[in-house]
Design a protein around this ligand. Structure first.
Ligand code: BGC
Length: 774
């Protein structure tokens, strides 16, 4: 009787859900039956060709509305007694991934904005812009009926060949964490939840569901967890997605140390944790570990949890705890607030934000004699198959069903450049012919196949160089979920591609004409061997649906480039420290392979480079790079002056001035690196601790910049004592234009200090021989 009255009460007061308190939610949990609870901790499943199963959920209690938003990655069960609506989860980091069509609205479309990919966004080093982009995602998701965005993703770019690096921000956790926090704040301010993923140490795709990541506690805490900690502290994401891999022997989703001891107890996280799709093996262990929600949800999981509670193996209080974690966030969602999505987000407005962010995320890597911006009257010979088939983003769950794509060719035309029409029509015909030879993808997760580069004879190039003022060559790469990239023909350029670059360069340079290379790539490639052949190189990354327009904005000088590299471009792939064991070793090479193309085989990836990831390695071991972390040119120059460093308790405040000393208006990224005194545990040469971006400074204009860091940020982790510590000595605060270009420096003496003690977690089951400078 009590239950019925309560249920009626709740159904009737549904729209007051925003005011629902935690205590009320706990009361609701007390009223739920075991079945109702179980169908709150699993999703309604996913239709995968060949894997579809009918739900065995009791229809009287819960219901499914699997197709509430067509093409969304996941949905929760409805609850009939309590009137809980279905909650919708949709990817991803580059835009809302849903189906553009819905059966119930045959005359309407639901295309989403393809924003620049994550690496492009972090290249802006602009947290305000990241927040603006997050808000645009939030508004678009909300109007399309999405409650939880399955983004942002902030795994560390541990190795250039990581197949999903385009979905991730940086090799540095501070940059990744700050951009994530800003993005999440933007999303959640619009009333939908963000899901930060993939927690944690999911830095390669090969065998990802069977991979054991073996990593020291220090590297985990200082590198792989740090960005997540920043995001939890600064943006309180409603949800976190645990990763596919194991961490030191235990699946992330079954890892109590990770999800309870660290995330909840140490960091005070208040949201809920969901699995990655079909991740982990043991639903009962997942429940125990604090992995509240199993996605997309299977019948077997429901049965296993129900049985475990009934036979006493899983205390019902654990289920209650998880349900309560979930409901506390569900109550904030548009669906629970009975919001009626319009299906009509402001796509025009979001298009403008996408274009602005795309151009701000571009990094000018080279610009001899002011090759760029191009003269508006220049006759441009536009080369490269990617000028025609320009790449918006990568494949897999990070893909977006967008309404259109602006190619480089179209962008240049829109900007009013005079293009060599004969050359264009040859490219068009060639791309059409070659594309027809490539079979269409059978499964959504397959990588896009690019048309091979078109080659030209010396004679043809001579004529083209004769008829035009400048050559622009767009070069593309793509990658995606489920597989890592390869060296040959991917990280490295193929022989044909190198030939094309050399030949165009020779033809134009011999006539005193310039050669520009545009990089439309998702991750790092080899640049050392060919960069000398170009007069200018603009790295556009994969900049979303407005690619061509945004590239033309920078090339024409409408936008002064202000992006800086969030990753290092090494001279050779062999120079990367993590290369020694990326992407892991198969443990039993004779083990049978599953029929399921998505299944992996047991393997292990030992992070022997420890804390020496990205520039921390190149810098500390004096290894030359092709383009260093934090690097990026501008059409103007900046001067740095008047650095003051002050300590106030635990906070260290740095003030300085940045002046635009050139002739063009522009923005500058101010980077703070700290060199810490060595102690019993070695430290990297320097580490990024804070950054800021100036406003668009006019020629001669000065801006005062304030950067803040604190004692805890400067500490290193000592696994011997399970604590964050400071060594006594002089700390060098380096204000820099990039990791190799110091501008101003100040030293501050800090005393030895134990900043914080922690629990003893994540002990690797095998000894790791970590890289050392000694
Ligand atoms: C990916 C997640 C994604 C999920 C749902 C998984 O394969 O790893 O990032 O959110 O699918 O599409």
């Amino acid at each position: 009787m009590k239950k019925i009255i309560f249920s009626l009460f709740f159904c009737a007061t549904f729209s007051l859900s925003a005011q629902t308190t935690d205590a009320e939610i706990n009361q609701i949990v007390d009223q739920l039956s075991l079945e109702e609870k179980v169908y709150l901790v699993i999703g309604t499943g996913m239709d995968i060709p060949g894997m579809t199963e009918e739900s065995n959920a009791p229809q009287a209690v819960v219901g499914t509305t699997k197709d509430k938003v067509a093409g969304a990655a996941g949905t929760s069960y409805t609850n009939k007694n309590f009137g809980f609506p279905a909650v919708v989860f949709a990817d991803g980091p580059a835009g809302i991934r849903i189906s553009p069509v819905r059966e119930e609205f045959p005359d309407e479309t639901f295309y989403a904005t393809a924003f620049p990919t994550a690496t492009s966004l972090s290249s802006t080093w602009n947290v305000d812009l990241a927040q603006e982009i997050g808000s645009a995602f939030g508004r678009e998701g909300k109007e399309y009926g999405v409650d939880f965005l399955l983004a942002p993703a902030l795994n560390i770019h541990r190795h250039p060949l990581g197949g999903r690096n385009f979905e991730y921000y940086s090799e540095d956790p501070v940059l990744a964490g700050k951009i994530t926090a800003a993005f999440v704040n933007g999303v959640q301010a619009e009333g939908i939840g963000a899901t930060i993923k993939h927690f944690v140490a999911n830095n390669s795709e090969t065998n990802r569901t069977e991979l054991n990541t073996v990593v020291s506690e220090r590297a985990l805490r200082e590198i792989y967890l740090k960005g997540f900690k920043i995001a939890v502290e600064e943006s309180n994401p409603w949800a976190i997605m645990s990763s596919y891999n194991k961490i030191n022997g235990t699946y992330a989703s079954e890892n109590e140390e990770l999800l309870n001891n660290l995330l909840r107890e140490e960091w005070g996280y208040e949201g809920f944790v969901m699995t990655d799709w079909f991740a982990g093996k043991d639903p009962v262990a997942q429940m125990r570990a604090g992995n509240d929600l199993l996605m997309p949800g299977t019948n077997q999981q429901a049965t296993a949890i129900m049985t475990a509670v009934n036979n006493g193996e899983l205390p019902e209080e654990i289920l209650d705890r998880n349900v309560s974690n979930i409901l506390k966030q569900y109550y904030k969602t548009p669906s629970f607030k009975d919001y009626k999505p319009t299906g009509k987000p402001d796509l025009e407005g979001n298009k403008k934000i996408a274009r602005k962010a795309a151009s701000e995320g571009m990094v000018l890597l080279k610009n001899i004699d002011k090759t760029l911006p191009l003269d508006q009257n220049a006759k441009v010979a536009l080369f490269g198959v990617t000028s025609v088939e320009t790449i918006s983003g990568g494949t897999g769950s990070g893909d977006v069903n967008k309404a259109y794509m602006v190619s480089v060719t179209e962008g240049f035309e829109n900007a009013g450049f005079e293009l060599d029409q004969d050359l264009l029509s040859k490219y068009d015909a060639y791309v059409k012919e070659e594309r027809a030879k490539i079979p269409p993808k059978e499964m959504f997760f397959e990588k896009d196949i690019l048309v091979p580069e078109q080659t030209w004879t010396t004679g043809e190039l001579e004529t083209i160089a004769e008829n035009n003022d400048v050559a622009v060559f767009t070069f593309g790469r793509t990658s995606g979920e489920f597989q890592d990239r390869v060296v040959e023909g991917d990280f490295e350029l193929s022989e044909e591609e190198l030939q094309v670059i050399r030949n165009i360069s020779n033809a134009f340079r011999s006539k005193n004409k310039k050669f520009v290379v545009l990089l439309n790539i998702g991750g790092v490639i080899e640049t050392q061997s060919w960069k000398g052949a170009a007069d200018a190189i603009l790295l556009s990354w994969q900049p979303g649906q407005e690619a061509g327009n945004a590239i033309a904005d920078v090339v024409s000088g409408k936008v002064n480039p202000s992006g800086k590299l969030p990753v290092t471009f090494p001279v050779s792939i062999n120079d990367v420290a993590s290369g020694k064991n990326f992407p892991g070793t198969v443990l039993d090479t004779t083990a049978p392979k599953s029929q399921n193309p998505l299944a992996g085989v047991p393997s292990e990836e030992i992070y022997e480079e420890g804390i020496y990831v990205g520039y921390r390695y190149f810098d500390s071991f004096d290894v030359e790079t092709s383009f260093t972390f934090g690097f990026g040119l501008s059409y103007t120059d900046f001067e740095y002056s008047d650095l003051k460093v002050n300590r106030d308790g635990n906070e260290i405040k740095l003030e300085l001035s940045v002046t635009n000393s050139g002739e063009t208006a522009g923005k500058e990224v101010v980077q703070l690196y700290v060199n810490s005194p060595q102690g019993s545990l070695e430290k990297p040469e320097k580490e990024l601790k804070a950054f800021a971006k100036t406003k668009n400074l006019k020629s001669g204009e000065t801006e005062k910049i304030t950067l803040r860091t604190d004692i805890e940020d400067l500490a290193y982790y000592d696994p011997g004592t399970n604590s964050w510590k400071l060594n006594a000595g002089n700390y060098r605060f380096i204000i820099a234009g990039d990791a190799q270009t110091p501008k101003l420096e100040e030293e501050l003496f800090l005393e030895e200090k134990e900043v914080k003690t922690t629990q003893d977690l994540f002990n690797p089951e095998i000894a790791i021989e970590e890289l050392t400078r000694n």
